[in-house]
Design a protein around this ligand. Structure first.
Ligand code: MN
Length: 245
């Protein structure tokens, strides 16, 4: 079987100090690349541009998609004005990733959304977000002070879900590095895991081959090997689709 090519969306970073200070670079954390590779996929990093042709040509290359973590989504995209605690937004990245999600779903490509990725998927399909969780009453710690591989809060997984069939557990401790979260779930998607404070941690659609999680499984594949199952789901779904092309 041919190794599926898995697109991994890039972030834009501007170097702060040194000889390259001020230069902007597209990059993706190596944890994503390693997780895709360990799951049997061939990772490629996808930089964003404002050219609409690029979305379609990127999709010609890839068999599956990982939407990576990053900054906040512009609340304008779900009909809200910015609140004071909104973080930095990246309009170019929002546009590219939303177009990428919609076109990928049209083609039937499987998608694994991670952190910002669950938010992109939800907004692309017509859902809304909490711009900032931190002010909500009874909220758990969703932006942990511990390192990336360390488990924080627990998520409760619904048994009747693609997520449960992928992970095989009802309770899963995850890391957590987000201050935004899904508010109104987009039409056609369902919630498959939440924390005890009610925060939506996973949305999915089996028919669309879409699984999107609010934590960072790529940073936990050594500390909790079960996290690799999410990447195996993506790669195996992409491989099955390749087989029937
Ligand atoms: Mn969380």
């Amino acid at each position: 079987m041919q190794q599926p090519i898995i697109g991994v969306t890039a972030s834009l970073y501007v170097t702060a100090t040194g000889l390259t200070a001020g230069s902007a670079r597209f990059c993706a954390a190596s944890d994503y690349i390693e997780a895709v590779n360990r799951a049997g996929g061939c990772p490629v990093v996808l930089p964003y541009t404002t050219s609409s042709d690029v979305v379609d040509r990127h999709l010609d290359i890839i068999d599956g998609l990982v939407l990576t973590g990053g900054g906040d989504i512009d609340p304008y995209l779900y009909g809200e004005e910015p609140i004071p605690s909104l973080g930095e937004v990246s309009p170019g990245r929002d546009d590219y990733e939303i177009n990428l999600v919609l076109a990928a779903l049209n083609r039937g490509l499987p998608i694994l959304g991670i952190c910002r990725g669950i938010q992109v998927v939800n907004v692309a399909l017509g859902g809304t977000l909490y711009q900032d969780l931190s002010g909500l009453a009874g909220i758990l710690q969703h932006y942990q002070n511990s390192r990336r591989q360390v488990a924080g809060h627990k998520v409760r997984i619904k048994r009747d879900s693609l997520l449960y069939r992928t992970i095989g557990l009802e309770d899963l401790r995850t890391n957590s590095f987000h201050h935004q979260a899904v508010k109104a779930v987009a039409p056609g998607l369902k919630i498959s895991a939440q924390t005890s404070d009610g925060t939506v941690e996973v949305i999915e659609s089996e028919a669309k081959a879409l699984l999107a999680v609010q934590w960072h499984p790529e940073s936990m594949i050594r500390s909790q090997p079960i996290m690799l199952e999410l990447f195996r789901w993506l790669v195996n779904t992409a491989a099955k689709r390749l087989g029937v092309r």
